[in-house]
Design a protein around this ligand. Structure first.
Ligand SMILES: N[C@@H](CCC(=O)N[C@@H](CS)C(=O)NCC(=O)O)C(=O)O
Length: 312
């Protein structure tokens, strides 16, 4: 059993991306199911306010954002590599496109009325309403594109994937799977959950074969854990992953900082700066239930701000 705890829920695409990465690495991991909407008291006990899904825990180290989580998983289990040497920079660039442009086209497109009927089938209307209200509050600036614009972009993007696969390569960037595959596949996985929208995938034969190949990695071996157990684990852990503040990073160790996602769900996580370099920021915070935890974020996509000291 590796000591990775994934906090996630079944229908979350970014969680599916990480579950498939854990599958590719054939890992045994612990699985905590989190709520899909606020309130999330047991999430916040560990993250300090970050509410997005998934997040990952290793003892008292908490990793936010799937891009960082994938890097950490790859460091712990380097084989097979998630960032093969031959396509390293390219894989990360394609993955960023997939996490942002492709995801934010595919998911709203799937949430069109015909898709929503399938996605929320069997749920009471109050639950559907609560979900809508939660997401509206999480992304108040989100402007939904007209359906025909979403459809056009979705097909354009699918055409790109089909084109990449045109030489019958098994994975998007060639012979080896990479982060690009997992980041792109999560959106298709979500679309396929809504059959009327999934009909749009019909003419992309290579994408279909590739989808089956990537999802065949499975999820590794998850073992259930409760959120109370996860909090107790953090509380009982006193050692942290090594980290430090780069002298040139612009902020000194021990500064009280706030870390906020740049795009949506702008909940600030406040703590004392213990790690800062070009790729990662780490804050230490003390929680009544989880004890002292280190919360890690990638630098890309997050704002780190020194907080003003209160005047005496
Ligand atoms: N950049 C983030 C995006 C995560 C994200 O947006 N996740 C969605 C679910 S797939 C979310 O957080 N929704 C709101 C929630 O679960 O509370 C990542 O890569 O982890």
């Amino acid at each position: 059993m590796d000591d990775i705890v994934l906090h996630h829920y079944a229908t979350s695409p970014f969680s599916e991306k990480v579950r498939l990465v854990l599958g590719m690495k054939q890992m045994r991991w612990r699985s905590v199911t989190v709520p899909s909407i606020l309130p999330k008291p047991d999430v916040v006990a560990l993250t300090g306010g970050y509410r997005r899904t998934p997040f990952m825990q290793i003892g008292a180290d908490i990793y936010c954002d799937s891009a960082l989580m994938c890097r950490v998983i790859d460091r712990r289990v380097p084989e097979p590599p998630l960032y093969p040497e031959s396509t390293h920079g390219l894989a990360a660039i394609v993955a960023q496109w997939a996490d942002q442009s492709f995801f934010w086209t595919a998911v709203p497109f799937t949430m069109q009325p015909a898709g929503v009927t399938h996605l929320f089938a069997g749920l009471p209307p109050e639950a559907v309403k609560a979900f809508g209200a939660d997401r509206a509050a999480m992304s108040p600036a989100f402007r939904r594109a007209p359906l025909h614009d979403q459809a056009a972009a979705f097909h354009d993007y699918l055409g790109r994937l089909e084109h990449l696969l045109a030489d019958d390569r098994p994975f998007l960037l060639g012979a080896l799977p990479s982060i690009a595959d997992f980041a792109a596949v999560q959106s298709i996985w979500f679309v396929r959950r809504a059959p009327p929208v999934a009909a749009h995938l019909e003419n992309y034969r290579r994408v279909d074969v590739w989808y089956e190949r990537v999802t065949a990695f499975g999820h590794g071996s998850p073992e259930p854990m409760t959120s109370a157990e996860a909090i107790a684990l953090a509380h009982a852990t006193t050692a942290f992953a090594p980290c430090g503040v780069d002298a040139e990073a612009g902020l000194a160790a021990g500064t009280m900082v706030g870390v906020t996602p740049a795009d949506y769900a702008h909940d600030e996580v406040v703590g004392s700066l213990v790690g800062l370099d070009a790729s990662e920021v780490v804050v230490e915070r003390v929680d009544a239930r989880a004890g002292t935890v280190h919360v890690h974020f990638p630098r890309i996509g997050f704002h780190v701000k020194a907080l003003k000291k209160e005047s005496p």
